[in-house]
Write a protein that binds this ligand. Structure first.
Ligand SMILES: Cc1cc2nc3c(=O)[nH]c(=O)nc-3n(C[C@H](O)[C@H](O)[C@H](O)COP(=O)(O)OP(=O)(O)OC[C@H]3O[C@@H](n4cnc5c(N)ncnc54)[C@H](O)[C@@H]3O)c2cc1C
Length: 389
């Protein structure tokens, strides 16, 4: 589990650039990689690099470096743009990029990082995967709330190339390294037992979860305008996420509260943001330290409420799901929804929708409102945003 800069509370001046060489990737090629990390991340990084046979070339304070890709940089890769470049800083929704790369001519991104987001004892596999997008003509740009398509390697059962799968983007438009040249995803490996009792693993999610840094991946998109953030700095943002549905929420929260994002965007969020996150176990919470950190730094603007189904109980003594938390806070949620500046975002597995709907119906009824009438009104006003899969 990697701890992000946000979680450590480090300022950029406390970051270090670690350059390593001799990392064996793909079919034995050797690359030079550089990483920007806080001091307390050294031991995890050195351990990880040691396991790949890499050698540490240098460790320098990041503030002394000219900005360059902090992740896998092939020495022949084109120079990166600084965060202050012409990339979409605060693109209005009407000019959001869509389908820059289509399935017939996808962009070939390079994997720079692939690490687990889970802690010991968690269920399943969930990885944070980053791709280098530099060198594209046109540049693959995106904004918070969009998705990209991934075309897995290989062929389907009919001998045809695999179809693309969509994944919500988990990084802001500036990327995790603030270089405007990467995109990150948060991917859960699909696994289930079929009727014959055999263990089945999803094609694309397994391909992504197991992919090595340095590998080239076919990327399409970006797509989607359903989950875009409002431009109003005083909007209120209620976020309902389960599992990897946290991906778009992470982008919003970074855009709203990460100091380097605020600086780069010139967009200073002043509204109320409230994240409801559902997970089966504490070990399955994704980006938890980051959110706790933002909650500590922005107590008047950010609230973080968790529903951990296998560890917490709802008021009836049953498992605590996200809809139970929604019911618990119904009054405050509806007081916010009555404010026309409030937007609600829901993302995760499709199965979460009926539970949320039920909770909203009960919560609305308690305030003398009819959710079946209110929801279409919110939708029409572009204040109810749902992306479930
Ligand atoms: C807009 C959008 C955003 C998305 N964002 C993300 C994201 O951020 N992170 C993420 O991890 N995923 C995300 N997904 C889901 C992703 O696109 C893939 O669907 C997922 O990774 C599974 O693909 P796969 O190739 O691994 O599975 P496949 O090999 O395609 O297998 C999927 C098929 O397996 C079958 N199946 C699945 N579960 C069961 C079961 N329990 N029992 C029986 N059969 C079953 C179904 O037929 C299903 O169609 C998103 C989807 C959409 C539409």
């Amino acid at each position: 589990m990697r701890v992000s800069n946000a979680a450590t509370g480090q300022m950029s001046s406390d970051l270090f650039t670690v350059v390593a060489s001799g990392c064996q990737v793909g079919a034995g090629s050797s690359v030079v990689q550089s990483y920007t990390v806080a001091m307390n991340q050294f031991s995890a990084l050195f351990k990880r690099l040691g396991a790949t046979g890499a050698k540490i070339v240098s460790v320098t304070p990041a503030s002394q470096e000219t900005p360059k890709s902090p992740l896998a940089v092939n020495s022949s890769a084109p120079a990166k743009k600084a965060v202050t470049s012409s990339a979409p800083k605060n693109k209005p929704n009407s000019t959001v990029p869509v389908n820059t790369y289509k399935p017939k001519a996808p962009f070939l991104g390079t994997v720079t990082e692939n690490y687990s987001l889970l802690k010991e004892g968690a269920i399943g596999t969930v990885q944070h995967i980053t791709f280098d997008l530099s060198g594209g003509e046109p540049q693959l740009e995106y904004v918070e709330g969009q998705s990209i398509g991934i075309i897995p390697e290989g062929e389907d059962a009919n001998g045809k190339p695999h179809k693309l799968r969509l994944y919500s983007i988990a990084s802001t438009r500036h990327g995790d390294s603030y270089q405007d040249s990467t995109v990150s995803l948060c991917v859960r490996q699909l696994e289930y037992k079929n009727e014959a009792g055999e263990q089945i693993y999803g094609v694309c999610s397994s391909y992504l979860c197991g992919i090595e840094p340095g590998s080239k991946v076919k990327i399409t998109g970006p797509v989607g305008k359903e989950m875009l953030l409002p431009e109003d700095e005083e909007a209120n943002i209620i976020m309902l996420a389960t599992g990897t549905g946290i991906a778009p929420m992470r982008t919003y929260i970074r855009r709203m509260f990460e100091p380097r994002e605020r600086e780069a965007n010139g967009w200073t969020f002043r509204g109320k943001a409230w994240l409801f996150m559902g997970a089966p176990k504490t070990a399955n919470l994704l980006y938890d330290e980051d959110f706790l950190h933002y909650e500590k730094e922005f107590p008047d603007n950010f609230r973080y409420t968790k529903a951990i189904s296998r560890e917490q109980q709802n008021a009836k003594g049953g498992r605590m799901y996200i809809q139970d938390r929604v019911l618990e806070h119904a009054d405050e949620i509806f007081a916010l929804i009555e404010d026309p500046k409030t937007h609600v975002y829901m993302c995760g597995l499709r199965g979460m929708e009926p539970g949320i709907d039920e909770a909203m119906t009960a919560a609305a009824a308690a305030k003398g409102m009819d959710w079946s009438e209110l929801r279409p009104q919110l939708k029409k006003a572009h204040r109810w945003h749902v992306e479930t899969y």
